[in-house]
Design a binder for this molecule. Structure first.
Ligand SMILES: C[S@@+](CC[C@H](N)C(=O)[O-])C[C@H]1O[C@@H](n2cnc3c(N)ncnc32)[C@H](O)[C@@H]1O
Ligand SMILES: Nc1nc2[nH]cc(C(=O)O)c2c(=O)[nH]1
Ligand code: SF4
Ligand SMILES: [Mg+2]
Length: 239
């Protein structure tokens, strides 16, 4: 059981819609379960019990086989997201297997838990949660994680829904000045079915976020991005 990973989705190839490698062609592996419960989580199905019967406890070889079955020869990069993949030591084996097959590995996690296998991740995004999420940041855990990853290709990404979130982002950037920093538009309409409607709405939010960052002396060495996949496909799952 220990060397298995609880998987909810394997999909792609698509593009990484967020953060440090935005636009990169990639496959996704989405694990089940999270130690957080952000109010606005766009992947709440990974932890709210609504897709419990879809969770598969998979061997790493099975994960690779399914990636190859779906993605064929059309990928060389896999993004592991969730939920929080950092809940599982077994992800270590998956990374080794993917690397053995010359496939690069990216990770999305919130910085609440450490795993030794973080050191092997090629593109590691840490996304601490602002006040609007309803979650509390454990700063000592976050500092510990980032200190241990000083030599690695990592970034910080904070999702913004409010002015309070912006103040939080400023604080994170000031605490970790050398770490590439991304601000991301928060999507607070995760039930809209019409992608065009959502894109218009999110572009307005992007405009607002750019204006806020332009007006901040603290946020100079930063990147401001939308969720590209939300602009292209809306709230669709598995893209
Ligand atoms: C679903 S989470 C999974 C990985 C990990 N639990 C985390 O939060 O970093 C992947 C990314 O989506 C972001 N995200 C979640 N809900 C969002 C929303 N409604 N709008 C914008 N970004 C969102 C998270 O902040 C995180 O950066
Ligand atoms: N295309 C695409 N890019 C993404 N970047 C982060 C995602 C995630 O849910 O973790 C995500 C996702 O679900 N799809
Ligand atoms: S930490 Fe990530 S997966 Fe967990 S609830 Fe928050 S946004 Fe969702
Ligand atoms: Mg997502």
């Amino acid at each position: 059981m220990n060397n298995r990973i609880p998987v909810l989705e394997i999909f792609g190839p698509t593009i990484q819609g967020e953060g440090m490698v935005i636009g990169r062609k990639t496959m996704f592996v989405r694990t089940a379960g999270c130690d957080y419960s952000c109010t606005w989580c766009d992947s709440a199905f990974t932890w709210d019990g609504s897709t419990k019967e879809e969770i598969r406890q998979m061997e790493t070889e099975e994960v690779l086989a399914e990636l190859k079955q779906i993605g064929g020869e059309y990928f060389d990069h896999v993004t592991i997201s969730g939920g929080n993949p950092a809940l599982f030591t077994s992800v270590n084996e998956l990374i080794d297997l993917l690397h053995h097959h010359h496939i690069e590995v990216a990770l999305e996690t919130q910085g609440s838990r450490w795993q030794d296998w973080f050191l092997k991740v090629d593109d590691l995004t840490i996304s601490p949660k602002p006040p609007s999420s309803g979650m509390e940041t454990d700063w000592s855990v976050l500092h510990n994680i980032i200190n241990r990853l000083k030599e690695n290709n990592i970034s910080l990404k904070v999702v913004i829904f409010s002015r309070g979130d912006l103040a939080y982002a400023e604080k994170v950037h000031q605490r970790f000045p050398g770490i590439p920093f991304y601000l991301q538009v928060g999507n607070d309409d995760i039930i809209e079915k019409n992608p065009d409607q959502l894109a218009l709405y999110l572009l307005e939010k992007y405009h607002w976020l750019i204006d806020q960052v332009v007006a901040s002396k603290t946020l100079n060495q930063v990147h401001v991005l939308p969720q590209l996949h939300a602009l292209v496909w809306g709230n669709k799952r598995g893209v």
